[in-house]
Write a protein that binds this ligand. Structure first.
Ligand code: NAD
Length: 507
């Protein structure tokens, strides 16, 4: 793909891009003929259209996925054959990383500087789960019943529905698709209505990799129509959902109808705890990475920074200075450090939280406005925003903003820090900054969160489980743990010599 200048990337085509969706290895319009419009958040203009699927399209996709699971070529493949297809997909993702990255940037305003690396890294999920595909097995259990052999097998669930948000469509889809396919399931993916494009580009690579028809389907559409239809479908045996806590609640209710399995990756209000003995320059960078990277639109955003009182003033001064140097700009420019908020509704929501913070009595130390320079005025930008003197009961400290807004909260003692960190309905992630190894080990187990980083922030790996405590979710993605989420256990017991003499005395 060509670059405009040394550091500016662009799409390999001009004009309005018209996408079709991917059902049973065919590229189709929606049954209703309706389309979604995707707005580039940097220009504020529509750049792509995708079909707006509803329950009719979901029914088609689910029945293709069911047929592929029960009777198709896919159902006869061995684990290592499934692994080979996943490996091929990984290779294609690496080869097409630039197109995937640029598409996602144009769709949601994420930085090319982050997305290029992320898109290349996505293939690691394919390779890791390709390696798992032929190592999924049960165990032999020495039961204490005479002449009885017992073992378990781990079986796929069937059709998986994956519903994903707009902030990281590719990454969060690969977290589901790779373990689901490695385990032998088939999948119907429903991208966010705000960002349909990158997952349709991914579907092109799925097709090229040679997955049989019906194994992977992508139905674009709104949550209330396509998403709801998928989560309520009787033939969907598991819903893997990433999105808001409110929608997660609806997904669980919908799953109750058919007792389908559910995993939920939801919101957060994660504490980033800075002790007085931390490496301060490193901790400042960790705070910036935690909340301003991805313009704060990450579930694991370190949006509450807890700072020990003895270093509060010194830390805040450095943080504000460093924040004032953040370069806002075109997300496709490699030099840009912070991009836009993903769409207009989210932009308004973030700015409304700035007002809420002021009304609550927090001290606005930096940002808080929409920048109106010639370069930035058309985009959904919000200045990196810092609120000081926040107390943990304020709304901006308790509610997920999902934007570049950070709350600074003072604490005095270790116990104080742990209490404030856990005083939230969420529990997705946390970080502890200290040079004291004993303190690090004392504090980490006491934090109610699915991931705790020590002296770093926002690092995830395909090898380590990720998920939330409390209102941040159910189940875990990544690592070997994810295979459990996409399989079910069957116990098989074989009698090797008992004679049933009394049918009414089983035990
Ligand atoms: P959202 O809940 O509005 O939408 C997520 C997905 O659900 C979209 O595809 C949407 O179309 C669909 N949806 C909406 N209503 C639905 C319904 N009634 N039935 C079925 N599907 C429906 O979330 P969002 O605004 O797209 O994403 C932001 C949220 O995602 C934030 O809360 C963020 O914290 C969370 N998130 C969590 C993680 C994690 O791993 N924990 C990662 C990224 C984002």
């Amino acid at each position: 793909m060509s670059t405009q200048t040394k550091m500016m990337y662009k799409l390999p085509y001009a004009g309005l891009k018209k996408y079709k969706m991917f059902i049973n290895n065919e590229w189709v319009e929606s049954a209703s003929g309706e389309v979604l419009k995707s707005v580039n958040p940097f220009t504020g203009k529509v750049w792509a259209e995708a079909p707006s699927g509803n329950d009719e399209d979901i029914n088609l996709a689910v029945s293709a996925a069911k047929e592929a699971f029960e009777n198709g070529e896919w159902s006869r493949l061995t684990g290592s054959q499934r692994g080979k297809l996943l490996r091929k997909l990984g290779d294609l993702i690496s080869e097409n990383a630039e197109l995937l990255a640029v598409t996602e940037v144009v769709d949601n305003g994420k930085l090319i500087r982050e997305m290029l690396g992320q898109a290349k890294g996505l293939s690691e999920w394919c390779y890791y789960y390709a390696g798992c595909a032929d190592k999924i097995h049960g165990e032999s259990i020495p039961v204490e019943i005479p002449n009885m052999v017992a073992y378990t097998v781990r079986e796929p669930l069937g059709v998986v529905g994956a519903i994903v948000p707009w902030n990281s469509p590719l990454l969060l889809t690969l977290w589901k698709l790779c373990p689901a396919l490695a385990s032998g399931n088939t999948i119907v993916i429903k991208p966010s209505e705000v960002t349909p494009a990158s997952l349709l580009e991914l579907a092109r690579l799925v097709e090229k990799a040679g997955f049989p028809p019906g194994v992977v389907n992508v139905v674009t559409g709104y949550g209330k129509s396509a998403g709801a239809a998928l989560s309520m479908h009787p033939d969907v045996r598991k819903i893997a959902f990433t999105g808001s806590t409110e929608t997660g609640r609806i997904i669980i209710k919908n799953s109750a109808e058919h007792f389908s399995k559910v995993s939920l990756e939801l919101g957060g209000k994660s504490p980033n705890i800075i002790f007085e003995d931390a490496d301060l320059p490193n901790a400042v960078n960790g705070v910036l990475a935690g909340v301003f990277a991805a313009t704060g639109q990450t579930c694991m955003a370190g949006s509450r920074v807890l700072i020990q009182s003895s270093i509060y003033d010194q830390f805040v001064e450095v943080l504000v200075n460093r924040t004032s140097e953040i370069r806002l700009g075109n997300p496709l420019d490699m030099d840009t450090e912070m991009g836009t908020v993903a769409f207009e509704g989210q932009h308004q929501k973030v700015l409304s939280y700035v007002e809420i913070g002021k009304q609550d009595g927090a001290k606005l130390l930096h940002g808080g406005k929409r920048p109106m320079t010639d370069e930035l005025k058309n985009g959904f930008f919000v200045e990196p925003t810092i609120f000081g003197d926040v107390t943990n009961d304020m709304r901006i400290a308790q509610e997920e903003v999902f934007g570049p807004v950070v709350c600074l909260i003072r604490f005095d003692s270790e116990e104080d820090a742990i209490r404030i960190a856990n005083d939230t309905k969420f529990g997705l992630a946390a970080a502890v900054w200290t040079k004291d190894v004993q303190r690090a080990h004392r504090v980490a187990p006491k934090i109610q969160a699915g991931t705790v980083w020590i002296n770093n922030y926002r690092k995830v790996s395909h090898q380590t489980p990720f998920g939330g405590y409390k209102a941040s979710g159910l189940g875990r993605e990544n690592g070997m743990q994810a295979i459990n989420e996409y399989t079910q256990i069957k116990t098989i017991m074989i009698d090797t010599g008992n004679v049933i003499t009394d049918p009414f005395k089983v035990l």
